[in-house]
Design a protein around this ligand. Structure first.
Ligand code: AMP
Length: 415
């Protein structure tokens, strides 16, 4: 397998199904509609929007030339693609604001480690076309409802503002002033960041840089009145809705397109690795060639959520139907069995089989292994008598029932 990639295996199904089920349910309740954009986009889309001087684009993007000479990238995130799609299809005509959600694979050529893969999956929510603080909080609520539905109880919402075109330059200058005399103590990457993208210095996880960050100026002292009012409105709504939060005055996020609100959500069991991150991105539309249009969104890392659930002792929330195991003894019975299996499945009964195994013993073993509540057994004698045997797998009690009563008796037995 290619380094940094991973398989999602059948044994993990309950986890993934829980996340998909929860995601679709929360999206429905919050009125978000499904959008899916291609995995390949032009590299320029992310360079312009996420930012050429961000780690995601500068170091981690999978970029290559197609046979036709086009420079394309495996998408490292989805907000830019959703905005591209919004502009290309004039989605604002259909709904304003437009509320969409997505899920799928994303690619970042990062150092593979626990909780950090080169291919990972995100579930995201975006609201495009409205700049009101109520939508910042709607996104936060969608993310938290998703995680709360999975039974997380230890979440921390960290929130900050990153300013706008008016106030951010002043803050940038202040940061440069602060870091200038400390440049020699910064890591190699941060020395580069100092020149290219000084806000990114606040995102570095190197212990030395973290120490220097502690005393760094905070943006809240430099916000313009519009950003200040917006941030206050967001915090007020958060408090009105009893959402626990922690202001983090140095939170900046690793993508350039954010303005005003930014936030991340953490579980105490996976400290240092955010489960979700998002913010407002009012300039993104213009950056990629559209008219000015406010928007806000967030994405959650699905592998990280599963890891955090496992670390927290949570279990998959998916509720599986009870199952019945169909056993056929002999060639005749095997041939006849699909008809009965179909009848059970069409009646909504989850029906398993291992018809490739010949003996009754081997098939009963399979039924036990799959923890089936009941088995239906069909042999030569039963075919002749137009009956089946229903076996309670716990007690071993068996009863013979006419084929016409199969569905009714299995339903009763599984209750
Ligand atoms: P971002 O797009 O960087 O804002 O990330 C949003 C969320 O995606 C993060 O909070 C993580 O949960 C998840 N995520 C980001 N990068 C990775 C990665 N390399 N491996 C696994 N999950 C990731």
């Amino acid at each position: 397998m290619v380094k940094g990639m991973h398989d999602i295996l059948p044994k993990d199904q309950d986890w993934w199904e829980s996340l998909f089920e929860t995601g679709w349910s929360v999206a429905g309740l919050h009125d978000f509609n499904y959008i899916e954009t291609p995995i390949l986009e032009t590299a320029a889309l992310f360079e312009a929007s996420v930012g050429a001087a961000t780690d995601i684009v500068d170091k981690e993007m999978y970029v290559f030339k197609t046979k036709g000479g086009e420079r394309v990238a495996l998408r490292p995130e989805n907000t830019a693609s959703v905005m591209r799609s919004y502009l290309e299809h004039h989605l604002g005509y259909f709904s304003s604001p437009l509320k969409v959600f997505y899920c799928g694979p994303f690619f970042r050529y990062d150092k593979p480690q626990k909780g950090r893969y080169r291919e990972f999956h995100q579930w995201g929510f975006e609201i495009l076309g409205d700049g009101d603080a109520v939508y910042d909080v709607s996104i936060i609520l969608a993310v938290l409802d998703f995680l709360w539905s999975l039974k997380f109880k230890d979440l921390t919402l960290k929130i900050n503002a990153v300013g706008c075109r008016i106030c951010r330059p002043t803050y940038r200058t202040k940061l440069k002033e602060y870091y200038r005399s400390r440049k020699s103590k910064l890591c190699k990457d941060c020395v580069k960041r100092y020149d290219n993208n000084v806000l990114r210095l606040l995102d570095c996880k190197e212990p030395g840089c973290l120490e220097i960050k502690k005393e760094a100026p905070i943006i809240l002292n430099y916000l313009c009145s519009s950003c200040n009012n917006h941030f206050r409105a967001v915090l007020e709504l958060i408090e009105d809705n009893d959402i626990p939060y922690e202001p983090d005055p140095h939170l900046v996020r690793g993508l350039d397109y954010y303005n005003k609100t930014v936030f991340e959500v953490f579980s105490s069991k996976l400290e240092g690795s955010a489960l979700a991150g998002g913010g407002r991105y009012d300039y993104l539309s213009e950056i990629i060639g559209g008219r000015p249009m406010p928007a806000v969104g967030a994405a959650m890392g699905m592998e990280r959520i599963i890891e955090a659930m496992q670390e927290s002792g949570l279990v998959p929330t998916v509720k599986r139907k009870k199952k019945v195991f169909f056993i056929a003894i002999g060639e005749e019975a095997k041939k006849a069995s699909l008809k009965f299996i179909n009848e059970l499945r069409r009646a909504g009964i989850r029906t398993l089989e291992s018809l490739g195994r010949k003996s009754l013993k081997a098939q009963l073993k399979s039924a036990d292994k799959h923890k089936a509540g009941l088995s239906v057994i069909l042999g030569q004698k039963e075919i002749f008598e137009e009956s089946v045997i229903i076996r309670d797998m716990k007690t071993g009690a068996q009863e013979t029932v006419p084929v016409g009563k199969l569905v009714e008796r299995v339903k009763k037995g599984l209750k």
